[in-house]
Ligand binder design. Structure first.
Ligand code: 5GP
Length: 174
């Protein structure tokens, strides 16, 4: 291996902050028709832990998209590989994402989901790298702002590995 992994956010720090975010969501969505849409695969660990602490009646659904990064075409950045199953019309939809980087993925996903006429559409992301933005994208619920580093663990992969780590680490080239 030509890299090592350095711990950035510990399991304990993750769990404490995730519970705080869950309580914010719980407060804001009282009496609403909440459906949480996780973006596969990166959001799975976060979504599972987060929603266990949200004491509300809510539905869960999933989407899978592929990002086209580094292309010159700024439109149609993502391809929908799996659409949600549920009818989102009139629902309060909360997208659950692992990380906001350039913002291009969420820009496309939000545009796509808006066509389904939800009552509201917001974003909850575990991590945010604001310094990397190419388009304006603000997540309503953010776990941690991080610097411009490539991170893995807790759902995030490097060539499909490390998603099962209980902490967030950064990849450091040797
Ligand atoms: P964006 O469209 O905002 O640039 O990218 C969002 C997606 O890129 C994330 O859902 C994630 O799949 C991937 N991504 C962005 N930054 C990182 C990172 O530091 N580590 C990993 N593993 N994936 C990342």
């Amino acid at each position: 291996m030509d890299y090592t992994i350095e711990k950035m956010i510990s399991e304990e720090e993750l769990q404490v902050r995730i519970r705080e975010v869950a309580k914010e969501i719980e407060k804001d969505y009282q009496g609403k028709d909440l459906i949480c849409v996780g973006l596969l695969k990166g959001s799975i660990m976060f979504m599972a832990d987060l929603l266990k602490s949200v004491e509300l009646d809510l539905a869960m659904d999933f989407m899978k998209v592929s990002s086209y990064h580094g292309g010159t075409d700024s439109t149609g950045v993502v391809k929908i590989l799996k659409d949600v199953d549920a009818d989102l019309t009139g629902k309060d939809v909360l997208i659950i994402e692992d990380i906001i980087d350039t913002g291009l993925t969420l820009e496309s996903v939000k545009k796509f989901l808006m066509t389904k006429q939800p009552k509201s559409l917001k974003v909850c992301s575990l991590l945010d790298k604001p310094s990397r933005r190419k388009v304006e994208m603000v997540g309503e619920y953010i776990g941690f702002e991080i610097p411009d580093e490539f991170v893995i663990g807790y759902g995030l992969d490097y060539d499909e590995l490390y998603r099962n780590l209980p902490y967030i680490g950064k990849v450091v080239k040797k």
